[in-house]
Structures are given as C-alpha cells and as structure tokens.
Design a protein around this ligand. Structure first.
Ligand code: EPU
Length: 334
C-alpha cells in the first residue's frame, strides 16, 4: 500500500470539488486494510465520492476503497446470493445482475457511487431500496482490527440511513455486500414515470433489463451526469411531517404532492418545496440548483464546497420560512 501526501481529491468526488487530502491511499486487498489500520492519522473512508461535499482540506488520511470482484456466494431454486466487493461501481454490479436475469436491484440502475456505499446510504430510487435485497454486509472494524459480518437486520436500515451513518460512522470499511437476488423477479413498476417510460419504449413483456433500461432513460433525462456537471444527486432528504401539519399546508397549497408513511406521518418531496421557493434553475457564480430537478445542487466548474454548503443553507432557511418544514441534508460533509 502506497501512502501519498497532499493529493487532490477532485477526481474522487462527483461534485468535482478541488481540495487536498493531507494523506491518501488506495486499499485493494485485506493486507492493505491491515496496513492502513496501523496508520496513526485520523482516518476518512472514501467510496465513490458521490454523496460527499468537501468544504475544507481533509486532515488525516483518506482511505479509498478499491476492492474489486463479484462472485456467487450460493444459490437455490429461487434465489442467487451475489457477493460484491465494496469498491465495485454500483452500476456495474446492476448490469452484471440484469445480464444474468436476476431481479431486485434493476430499479437502482445508474445510481452513482460504489457497491460499498449502497448499505451505508441504503440507496433507493423508483420505489425500491437496497435494504430489500441486502442479505449481509462484511466490514473491517477499525476498533477491533477484524472483519465482522452484519445481517440485514443488524444494519438498522432506514430511509437513506443505516448503522454505518451512526454507531459505526467512520469505524467500518465495507469490504463486501451480499445481495439476495431473485431468479423469478417480482417487478416494481409502481412509480408512474416507470410505467409511462416502459409504455413509450413499447415494452409488452416485462424483464429486469427492460425496467433497468427504462430507469436509465428516465435518470438520464432528469438528473445531471456527474461526468458532465458536478453534483451529488439529491442534496436533501424528502422530509417526513405529521399528518396534522400536512393537512394545514394542503389548505394553502392544494397541489402539494405526498407519499403516505404511516397513519401519523406523511412524506413530501423536498424538490417541490424548493421549486415553490423559486430556487429551481438558480445560479450564483459556479454554484446552482439544477434546472430539471430542484433537489440537486450543481457545480458549474470551480465552485468551492463552502459555497455549495452556503447555498444549501439559504434554501433550507427559505423552505423553513415558507412551509415551516426543516429540510435535512442527505449529502455527507467533510
Ligand atoms: N418535483 C418538483 N420539482 C422538481 C422535481 C420534482 O416539484 O424540480 C416533484 C415531482 O413533480 C414529484 C415529486 O417532486 O411530484 C418527486 O419527484 P421525483 O419523482 O423526481 O423524486 P424525488 O423525491 O425528487 C427521490 C429520490 C431520488 C430518486 C427519485 C426517484 C430522495 C432524497 N431522492 O427524488 O434519489 O432518484 O426519488 O425515485 O429520496 C438520490 O438520492 O440521490 C436520488 C437521486
């Protein structure tokens, strides 16, 4: 393992923010991990850098997950358990699964980032979350310098949330994840945009490939490609509010969209709230709000992380003032 000093992190975050890391190393094996454990510097674990905002130079060592490989763990008549190493690109793993006709993650096609980040964030899109197919997560636990495996239940998954963002934050390096995928998938086309896209594509017989392609098409048409325009996907979570507050808002905003959560709480789309506050398409210098999806903040070139952070704060304040709703940032800030 090679430890480098003063390394630009620009290529390693989809926002394209240029900050230096005091120290940086790639981890490509368990031996590298053991070696990294010995480092005295403060450790920061980096995956695909697709849900990250750097607001200042990173002190300590950035440990980049580059573990690669996909293998069949086991199988039976209904399911195949695939193990994917943490440094594999998530979308490559989705392509691998759909090419084998295995179902469960096709709705998560084209989400940027690595497979190792999927459980941390419990990535989700178009009616599906990673937790529905994650069987177990194996991680290197820095405190005890050993590999541990947590079952799905032990990962404490929630909406864009897991134990890896709380008790195990910065303590676990995701080595690999096992997904339990279906040989005879149950398709989820509940999301209006997905069924509409499939119809437009002329799909008469559903397949995991057809769904993945429809979703790739929708994402390409709505969400900016980080390779072209720096961004980290949704910058905020969709807030969950009490039904009583929602009903009051509905009197003033009859078009407010919503998704039921339980009999007391309801989820509202942050993108809608932000758009109503007039932010959609806003640009100041090189920082802006995407013109097609108000939930996505973008870097037009040389934005600094602090500017993105500042804009997100302004947006949060205006949503709070107008709707009384406290937005929460989804993106992790270093
Ligand atoms: N909307 C607006 N203005 C906009 C965009 C959307 O009013 O600029 C409205 C839409 O009309 C719709 C609602 O907001 O009524 C929801 O929009 P959309 O279906 O685009 O989804 P979202 O809630 O904005 C979530 C996820 C995305 C995921 C999509 C599709 C979160 C924080 N975001 O966005 O995930 O791709 O659903 O399932 O839950 C990500 O996490 O990085 C991400 C992109």
């Amino acid at each position: 393992m090679q430890l480098r000093q003063d390394v630009s992190l620009k290529p390693y975050n989809t926002f394209g923010i240029d900050v230096p890391a005091e120290y940086y190393c790639d981890v490509t094996s368990i031996d590298d991990l053991r070696e990294a454990t010995e480092l005295k510097q403060q450790k920061h674990i980096l995956g695909g850098g697709s849900n990250l905002l750097f607001t200042k130079p990173v002190q300590g060592v950035v440990i980049h997950n580059r573990l690669k490989g996909i293998s069949v763990e086991k199988h039976d008549a209904q399911h195949v358990w695939l193990r994917v190493e943490g440094g594999e690109l998530w979308h490559d793993f989705v392509l691998y699964a759909i090419n084998k006709g295995l179902g469960g993650i096709e709705n998560l096609a084209l989400i940027p980032g690595t497979a190792g980040a999927a459980p941390i964030q419990n990535i989700g899109a178009y009616g599906v979350e990673a937790r529905e197919t994650i069987d177990s997560v194996t991680f290197w636990y820095w405190n005890e310098q050993q590999l541990l495996t947590y079952t799905n239940r032990e990962c404490d998954f929630g909406y864009r949330d897991s134990i890896f963002k709380h008790r195990l934050k910065d303590k676990a390096f995701i080595k690999s994840v096992v997904f339990k995928l279906a040989r005879k998938p149950v398709y989820n086309t509940s999301y209006g945009a997905v069924s509409k896209e499939l119809e437009e594509m002329g799909v008469t017989e559903l397949s995991v490939k057809a769904i993945a392609y429809a979703i790739m098409h929708i994402r390409k048409s709505k969400l900016p490609d980080p390779a072209v325009l720096g961004n980290a996907g949704s910058f905020f979570k969709n807030p969950t509010i009490p039904l009583s507050s929602f009903n009051k808002l509905l009197e003033r905003y009859p078009k407010l969209p919503s998704y039921p959560v339980n009999d007391k709480m309801i989820k509202v789309p942050a993108a809608w709230l932000i758009e109503q506050c007039g932010w959609k398409g806003y640009r100041k210098g090189d920082v802006g709000v995407h013109e097609k999806q108000a939930l996505v903040l973008v870097n037009y070139g040389t934005a600094r992380g602090a500017e993105v952070w500042g804009l997100s704060g302004e947006i949060m304040a205006s949503v709070k003032e107008r709707f009384g709703i406290e937005l929460e940032r989804e993106v992790q800030c270093w």
